[in-house]
Design a protein around this ligand. Structure first.
Ligand SMILES: [Zn+2]
Length: 183
């Protein structure tokens, strides 16, 4: 009897660990759901990224993020394996993030968040084929008022207050994702 009870307890512990290990934290009005051992690292990274926007006085970009999404869902089964983050038309206010997102640098992470948020804000979830000969097999936007446009706007704003080569590289990489960019 004791043995059965013990096995049951072990089974119960196993299930409670695997199924219910969803942590919810509220950071600057965002609920962050995480499912694995790096939860605290993920949460503090997002928190620091948003606080950085405050530090460099780019709060408007933080507001765009926090006013258009309420849940950040972090899980390795999110999105496709090639994506670091994604959003869906029928899951508005939720941004899905894969752990690979945290391998990006801070500038790229913020740019990516803003890109995804723009999809939700503008209710536009599509991209078009790129026209630049510099890139192949990837997706672009037709004009600068879409997701890549907001991303570019952020990199430019950041570069004007904290110029560095990393941000300049992001600017160049994002410019070619906008087919009809008016310079
Ligand atoms: Zn996109």
């Amino acid at each position: 009897m004791v043995k059965i009870f013990k096995s049951l307890m072990i089974l119960l512990m196993f299930f409670s660990c695997s199924l219910f290990n969803v942590q919810k934290h509220t950071v600057l009005n965002l609920t962050i759901k995480t499912y694995d051992n790096f939860s605290n690292e993920y949460i503090s990274t997002i928190e620091n990224d948003l606080l950085f926007l405050d530090e460099v006085k780019l709060n408007d970009f933080a507001t765009v993020i926090t006013s258009n999404i309420s849940i950040v869902d972090i899980d390795e089964n999110n999105c496709s394996s090639l994506q670091v983050a994604c959003v869906f038309p029928d899951r508005s206010k939720i941004i899905f993030i894969r752990p690979s997102f945290f391998k990006l640098n801070q500038t790229e992470r913020l740019g990516t968040l803003l890109h995804e948020v723009a999809h939700i804000k503008l209710r536009n979830f599509d991209h078009v084929p790129c026209v630049s000969p510099l890139i192949t097999n990837t997706e672009c936007d037709e004009h600068a008022d879409l997701a890549f446009g907001l991303e570019l706007q952020f990199y430019k704003a950041l570069d004007s207050v904290r110029p560095n080569t990393q941000t300049k590289r992001c600017i160049e990489k994002t410019k070619i994702r906008i087919n009809n960019l008016v310079l």
